[in-house]
Design a protein around this ligand. Sequence first.
Ligand code: MG
Length: 322
Amino acid sequence: MKAIKVIMLLVLAGVVLCSCDRTRHTPVADNGQLKVTGTQLVNERDEAVVLRGVSFGWHNLWPRFYNRKAVGWLVSDWKCSVVRAAMGVAIEDNYLDNPEFALQCVDNVVRGAIREGVYVIIDFHSHKKHTEEAKAFFTMMAEKYGDYPNVIYEIWNEPDYFTWEEVKEYSEQVIDVIRAIDSDNIILVGSPHWDQDLDAVAANPIGGRPNIMYTMHFYAGTHKSWLRERVDDAIRQGIPVFVSECAAVEASGNGPVDQAEWNRYVSWMEEKSISWVAWSVSDKDESCSMILPRASSYGKWSDDLLKEWGKITRQTIRERQQ
Ligand code: MG
């Protein structure tokens, strides 16, 4: 009888241990709700966090990759801790023309990221100013996803020829509609000239709105040390920076991979604990596209289905991700 009791206790202990083992280690399970302390992205224990991942291309140009299985592959094989849904707000069939399709694509990626336990950037992928449309869109996003620690809002991908004052005024309005619903998730703010004018941001930053960061985008074939130096200055002045888009090719999205400059950028981001997201999961005939046209839409991409930039990105993330 005593032996049976001992066996039952051992079985019970085994069940308890097994259920503990089932607690998954994912970036979101490990870090929880992110916030910004000083210039640094930190986790719920105030430890510095560096996210590394990839952006999907414009949803209206490469919708085939906007699915949960592709997200799953980017997490399991590429080791991404963040992915970015680039919801197109220009070009044919964009969000303004066809919101239902755009919202479905975003939802596929966000749901995939939540299931995989990674962070996900909801990117209003626009070069122009659509203040009212952005406010309505982010109200919807905050209502739908604001309780998920996974979600990061990127409210204006790359303002082109606007002044910082215009971008700032837009950003404050959009931040405020998000904050009315979601008090804490990280919000990424753009700056003029495709997220390069961090000096203008540093001279006149947005006040009184915590947990925001400013995006910097670089294309290593075009943007050299001057951009890193400008961002270093901004960080010294207290500006938190997130690289939500980057590549090793030219700013056009084409041209050769500049491996040496890419390596310098990666070392710089790692040294500064800056999170980064590479552009893009798409199959266009241009050098910043990562995937070949004959590859499946659903991941399981062997090396021979990745373009040069896809292989470099995958390798860089895998080497750096803890
Ligand atoms: Mg929240």
